[in-house]
Design a protein. Structure first.
Length: 513
């Protein structure tokens, strides 16, 4: 840290010491002028003076101002949030929260790699930082170890959003390349625009470094590293499972093959033990904003009990919240179960009444539901990768529909064949036991129906059907009407089956006659 003359001020901030330098600019420890010695510690900030070739022309300054305005709304312990900025000044600068910690590079050198539960905590917190930034429609574009500061055992992401200013074409003419080889996604190396999937890629590469102390694509000449990145030749040997499996997916060469930040975060949180106690505030540095009243802790925090006794207070698993879904009352839970049982009974009666026809209809319905699920997932992921919808999303999804049908067909075939074979086996066993044809077919239908709901490949079917069924639980009268209709249908079909036998159309008789 290099001291700076006390009289040096920029934009109302007194520069105290030079604490870092990079391709984007020079970082100073500073405090707002006019702040007394009593408040000096709480008013410390990190002030980055941006380099002229980074800030670029008026258009680049305008883009930076827009991103700064968006990022000023983010308040999360996982990021060094922006407190002030002047993109248009003679000396353009950005002021962020000051984090008194080592960069991840130096932390690994001095303290060793991050391991055990600390590693999952590190990966979770860093993903939460990305989610907080993406939540205001901004990409980071330069996630790497040097842009991660360790505040205790928790990572804090810095330099978010500032990379947009460096995307100006005039920078490429001077040979300036934004980012560090090994942490830039392959699509960026090919000249494609940055997306949220690129941040996920850089997040995974940074977590690999934290776990192993080595860049995932090794060291050496820049061109050699970039070539390994393009081919996807990474080294995750020191990363424990199951985290390595998640990082492997995040480092996929194709952006669409990577999970979103939300998907990765949900998986990481599922690996952490849940605590029954109520979480408390996490201690994190608060400079100028520390003079404001403390915000209340949102409900839903899930602290890691193994980290609660550390020198810092209980660490929180999330600072980006969605309101939790309303809890289902016992009445609603009973209605949900009743709706499913009623629908299942109607399906049993239909399968027993016309096995071939109904099974063919169910196969087509399974294919339709799985196709809708795949289409919806790919459509939403395409939007999430760019951070916002585009006018061509619907045409692109429509043109891609044949491919989605092919993707859905494999799982649909597995599910229908599995359920059909299990139902056929139950029917055969009943026939060998001497049961009548109607009773044997009915036993097969009883076994086949739950297999279609819980068998292999049924998750996408439940994903599309369950919300439709659950919506009715808020209207008991609608549930009652639905149950009555299903019951009447099931009883009527069973009456026909027991008196006349199943309808084997298009065949003329039972297959075992």
């Amino acid at each position: 840290m290099t001291t700076t003359p006390e009289h040096t001020t920029i934009g109302g901030y007194r520069l105290l010491a030079r604490i870092g330098e990079g391709g984007m600019g020079i970082v100073h420890l500073a405090r707002r002028t006019g702040t007394g010695d009593r408040d000096a510690a709480s008013a410390r900030v990190a002030l980055k003076v941006l380099r002229p070739h980074v800030i670029g022309d008026a258009e680049a300054r305008r883009r930076l101002a827009q991103e700064v305005a968006a990022l000023e709304r983010v308040r999360s312990p996982r990021i060094a949030e922006i407190l002030d900025a002047d993109p248009y000044g003679e000396t353009p600068f950005v002021v962020t929260r000051y984090v008194p910690g080592l960069s991840l590079n130096r932390y690994v050198e001095e303290e060793g790699v991050v391991a055990g539960r600390d590693l999952v905590h590190f990966a979770t917190c860093l993903a939460e930082a990305l989610q907080a930034v993406h939540g205001v429609g901004v990409l980071h574009r330069d996630v790497k170890p040097s842009n991660v500061l360790m505040e205790g055992r928790s990572p804090v992401l810095i330099d978010f959003g500032l990379a947009r200013a460096a995307e100006d074409p005039t920078l490429t003419a001077t040979g300036f390349m934004l980012g560090t080889p090994g942490y830039l996604p392959p699509e960026v190396l090919y000249g494609d625009p940055a997306t949220a999937a690129g941040d996920v890629y850089a997040w995974a590469a940074t977590v690999v470094y934290a776990a192993s102390g080595r860049p995932p694509f090794g060291k050496g000449h820049t061109m050699a590293i970039m070539d390994r990145v393009r081919r996807g030749e990474h080294d995750l040997g020191d990363v424990p499972e199951p985290l390595a499996g998640l990082l492997r997916r995040c480092l996929a060469v194709e952006p669409l093959d990577r999970p979103t930040v939300g998907e990765a975060l949900a998986l990481l949180r599922s690996w952490r033990p849940r605590a029954s106690s109520v979480a408390t505030d996490e201690t994190w540095t608060r400079p100028v904003t520390a003079l404001e009243p403390e915000a209340p802790v949102p409900a839903g925090f899930d602290p890691d009990p193994d980290l609660a006794d550390e020198p810092i207070t209980a660490l929180l698993t999330s600072q980006v919240f969605e309101p939790p879904p309303p809890a289902h009352t016992r009445l609603e839970q009973a209605l949900r179960l009743l709706v499913r049982v009623a629908l299942g009974a109607a399906m049993v009666g239909a399968v027993a009444f016309a096995p071939y026809v109904v099974l063919a209809i169910l196969a087509g319905l399974v294919l339709l539901l799985r196709t809708a699920s795949v289409t919806r997932q790919r459509h939403l992921r395409r939007q999430d990768l760019r951070g916002r919808p585009r006018w061509y999303d619907v045409p692109t999804t429509t043109l891609s529909l044949p491919g989605y049908v092919v993707l859905a067909a494999g799982g649909a075939l597995v599910l229908v064949v599995f359920a059909g074979l299990v139902g056929l086996g139950a029917t055969a066993l009943a026939t060998l036991a001497g049961w009548s044809v109607p009773r044997s077919v009915l036993s097969g239908a009883v076994v086949l129906t739950p297999c279609l709901w819980w068998g292999p490949g049924s998750a996408r079917v439940r994903e599309m059907v369950a919300p439709l069924l659950d919506r009715s639980t808020h209207r008991p009268r609608a549930v009652l009407a639905f149950v009555v209709i299903c019951a009447v249908l099931a009883l009527g079909l069973l009456a026909v089956v027991t008196t006349q036998g199943p309808n084997w159309y298009p065949a003329l008789q039972a297959p075992w006659k």
